[in-house]
Design a protein around this ligand. Structure first.
Ligand code: HMG
Length: 397
């Protein structure tokens, strides 16, 4: 079978963020609770024009440009999201138009909370492995705007952003292992968003336990599959986790190490080596739901790809509700140079900081956004949601 995996990645984030230390002060909480206790220093804040479609389109455009992808070779576009803009028309259909993808292309949206992107990635992998792709590539999108109520416990764990990935044969970044993964599912109410609400509801501490239980289940299933395929699990040298906030990844790693019989001290030592780098970019953005695991992967590659060429890394995807998957991949030879050329972190460096009153005004303004009449905006060439005309959403061309 040919090598199949993630050929290239690009990120998009909203134009502004808040400092969590400032949010903590405004909420009367010690800043150390958010920054050290939760492990997040900045939180991306999406304005009304930066919806899930706009963020995804900007990530995909950047991907095509940086990685020199020919859009006419995309045979499938899947958008994973839990903050979609329509009950019927998928984000992928908007992207198909905005990006000028070929008509001979399958396009749809996937949903299972933060797992939606991984569901698409696994499908893309199987589509290529089965031979159906016939040399074409899949465009895999993860895009979300994470929102909890203002002044709630979840507020410091919001964020927004998109990750675009090309899945193909002979990938330049990460070879995946079709058929070797471990799944876990269970019907729980840890986190959900009723149809009438723009803000998620969450049983916070219970959701942490659900995540850890799912990790144990998926990891055990993956270990078995990996062993049967002839791999030793010690071959994993780095681990990326779904990152609702940095501390969750640390808890996850401790849990996984305890399953492997390691002490807390051993787990914390290996966290520094195996996990910490993957949290650098997420700690500046917050939870981006479907894209969180893949932003962690981008962070790991941004800082360590050259040293990791040929090495195997583990990936854990969790979606509330819940479902989870553990899988692994090998960093491709040459990935160090290729990743350097991609400038993965550049979009984060181009942002501006919002004050807390600015952030609260942005949140207050976007409640009626889905009915807002079209208005012209200055967005420096970025794709933006302009408003609604004749019951249709309108985006910049
Ligand atoms: P909370 O109850 O306000 O916080 O909410 P806490 O009291 O549990 O404190 C958090 C940590 O800060 C604790 O550390 C404290 O000790 C520490 P831990 O015990 O966990 O190691 N702390 C301090 N540290 C330093 N200085 C201080 C200080 N004070 C306390 N002064 C919670 C926390 C995460 C529950 C809340 O933010 C929340 O509900 N968030 C949303 C839910 C969530 O993110 N869940 C994660 C698992 S579920 C998941 O990942 C799926 C999801 O992404 C959705 C999807 O799938 O679509 C959410």
């Amino acid at each position: 079978m040919p090598t199949i995996g993630i050929d290239a990645i690009a990120l998009a984030v909203p134009e502004g963020y808040v400092e969590l230390a400032e949010l903590a002060e405004a909420r009367g909480v010690p800043p150390s609770k958010y920054v050290e206790g939760l492990g997040v220093s900045q939180m991306a804040v999406a304005q009304a024009h930066e919806d899930a479609v706009a963020l995804a389109a900007n990530a995909a455009r950047r991907l095509f440009l940086q990685a020199r992808i020919d859009p006419s070779n995309v045979g499938m576009v899947i958008a994973g999201s839990e903050t979609a803009v329509d009950h019927s028309k998928p984000i992928a259909a908007y992207l198909h138009g905005i990006l000028g993808l070929p008509s001979r292309c399958r396009s749809y949206e996937t949903k299972h909370a933060c797992f939606g992107g991984t569901a698409g990635l696994m499908t893309a992998l199987d589509w290529i492995a089965s031979g159906s792709a016939r040399g074409r590539v899949a465009l895999m999108m993860c895009t979300d705007v994470a929102r909890y109520a203002l002044k709630s416990a979840g507020e410091p764990t919001q964020g927004a952003g998109a990750v675009a990935m090309i899945v193909s044969e002979n990938p330049r970044m990460l070879a995946l292992e079709p058929g070797i993964s471990g799944s876990y599912s269970r019907d729980v109410h840890d986190f959900w968003r009723p149809l009438y609400s723009k803000e998620a509801m969450v049983d916070g501490h219970y959701s942490v336990q659900c995540y850890l239980d799912a990790l144990a289940g998926a990891y055990s299933a993956w270990s078995e599959a990996s062993r049967e395929a002839g791999y030793h699990r010690d071959s994993i040298v780095r681990r990326c986790y779904h990152v609702p906030y940095g501390k969750m990844a640390k808890k996850a790693h401790r849990h996984l190490m305890s399953i492997e019989g390691k002490t807390e001290e051993q787990a914390d030592a290996s966290y520094k080596e195996q996990v910490a780098t993957s949290l650098k970019l997420p700690s500046q953005v917050g939870n981006i739901y479907t894209g969180s695991l893949y932003m962690a992967l981008a962070s790991l590659l941004e800082y360590e790809a050259a040293d990791l060429e040929g090495k195997r890394i583990g990936l854990f995807s969790y979606g509330s509700g819940c479902t989870a998957e553990y899988f692994a991949g090998r960093v491709m030879p040459g990935a160090g140079l290729f990743v350097k050329q991609q400038k993965l972190a550049e979009p984060l460096a181009e942002r501006r900081k919002y004050t807390i009153p600015e952030y609260e005004a942005i949140r207050g303004a976007d409640y009626d956004v889905d009915r807002r009449p079209v208005e012209q905006l200055q967005v420096n060439g970025a794709v933006a949601f302009l408003g609604v005309e004749n019951e249709r959403r309108v985006y910049t061309a």
